[in-house]
Design a protein around this ligand. Structure first.
Ligand code: SF4
Length: 386
């Protein structure tokens, strides 16, 4: 029986498509918007019944741009959530695009129990926002930050580094502005440009993948090289550390007591349900996902067919990789108790290999990524695959 879950609610709508983005997105003006919101409510109600109305421990509205929902849409979503679950979350996060947050919308989210705003600032440099194809301005992030603080919310700032033309000095300026604001939490991601089409392409009108691919190839050619990106990561570690933030996950820093409880649920391999297009779920050891294409998602829910179970998923290796992302690392004793001695010996053997090249530190039953390992985590993770 599922006792408590983390609940992720996906709102795919965006005012425009940022050309680097691979999330499950769709235009805010799509003719499918009302139908999507109705379908989402039906999925929430149905999942609540199937799972026996569990308690929601943490709630996360992600996207897309959930902050652009209208107050009536937010209220209807709240009704569905309250009817489906015991809604007593310790943390309720909303992802927000800085240009879309206004008082009326915020009030509606606050009525739903909002405690935390995750603001997609990305950069405070107008050139950076232009290079990323973002439509907001640095001042929008500053105003949205003030609005969130005035409402008593915790705030996370998302920043991207390694955008075309960015310099180390420019990145230091971004980090300086961010830390001067004093958010509770910061997520810093290197710009990674995938060169294969993602599932949300059919949701958008226009030139489709060929246009995006052209943009990404040109942007990728103008990015700092790997050594430059590695330096930027170290600059972030140093300057956020000096500003009092703990580097608790590869891409995440927090003030004491302000780690993201919802995301910790992912990294600790707990139970979570994802609803909406493209949302992933991990319940009782099984992973599954919804279609990213809006029409496919709607027809799946309307037909009542189950979510596609991920047969390729390998719970032991996923649990090891997720735990290693955290500064607390992997406890091989607990891991053996959960997955057996054989699985633990396999992981220990793989980690010994990367210990030689200083990517991992093994001490007794604990394994942790080193500073170099955080930078080259994929080199470690690839060795843990079955
Ligand atoms: S606003 Fe966010 S989710 Fe939407 S396209 Fe841009 S990066 Fe992606």
């Amino acid at each position: 029986m599922i006792r408590g879950i983390g609940l992720y609610v996906h709102i795919p709508f965006c005012a425009s498509r940022c050309p680097y983005c691979d999330f499950a997105t769709a235009p805010a003006t799509t003719a499918l918007r009302d139908r999507y919101m109705e379908t989402l409510s039906s999925e929430i109600v149905r999942e609540g019944e199937l799972l026996g109305h569990p308690r929601v421990r943490t709630l996360f509205f992600g996207g897309g741009t959930p902050s652009l929902l209208e107050p009536e849409e937010i209220a209807r979503l709240g009704d569905a959530l309250r009817s489906a679950f015991v809604l007593r979350p310790r943390e309720v996060t909303l992802e927000a695009n800085p240009a879309t947050l206004d008082r009326a919308r915020l009030e509606a989210w606050l009525a739903l129990g909002l405690t935390r705003l995750s603001l997609g600032a990305q950069s405070f440099d107008p050139a950076g926002l232009r290079a990323l194809g973002r439509t907001h301005q640095p001042d929008d992030s500053l105003s949205a930050f003030e609005v969130a603080r005035a409402a008593g919310l915790d705030v996370n700032l998302d920043l991207i580094f390694g955008w075309p033309g960015q310099t180390i000095a420019g990145w230091e300026r971004d980090l300086g502005i961010a830390t001067a604001l004093g958010p509770d939490h910061l997520s810093c991601y290197p710009l990674e440009l995938r060169l294969d089409p993602d599932g949300s392409i059919p949701n958008w009108p226009g030139g489709g993948w060929p246009v995006l691919e052209r943009w990404r190839r040109a942007a990728s050619a103008a990015q700092p090289d790997d050594a430059g990106i590695a330096r930027m990561y170290r600059v972030a570690e140093r300057s956020l550390g000096h500003a009092g933030y703990r580097h608790y996950e590869i891409a995440n820093w927090a003030r004491p007591g302000k780690r993201s409880l919802h995301n910790l649920g992912y990294w600790r391999d707990r139970d979570w349900l994802g609803v909406g297009a493209g949302a992933h779920t991990h319940l009782a050891g099984a992973r599954s996902a919804n279609p990213v294409d809006l029409r496919a998602y709607i027809s799946r829910i309307e037909s009542g067919s189950p979510r596609a179970v991920d047969d390729d998923s390998d719970p032991p290796s996923e649990a090891a990789m997720l735990a290693l992302r955290l500064d607390s690392g992997l406890d091989l004793g607990r891991y053996a108790a959960r997955f057996g001695d054989l699985a633990a010996a396999r992981v220990r053997g793989a980690l010994r290999e990367v210990e030689q090249v200083h990517l991992v530190q093994l001490k007794g039953r604990s394994a942790r990524l080193t500073a170099r390992g955080r930078l080259l985590a994929s080199e470690v993770f690839v060795r843990l695959l079955p």
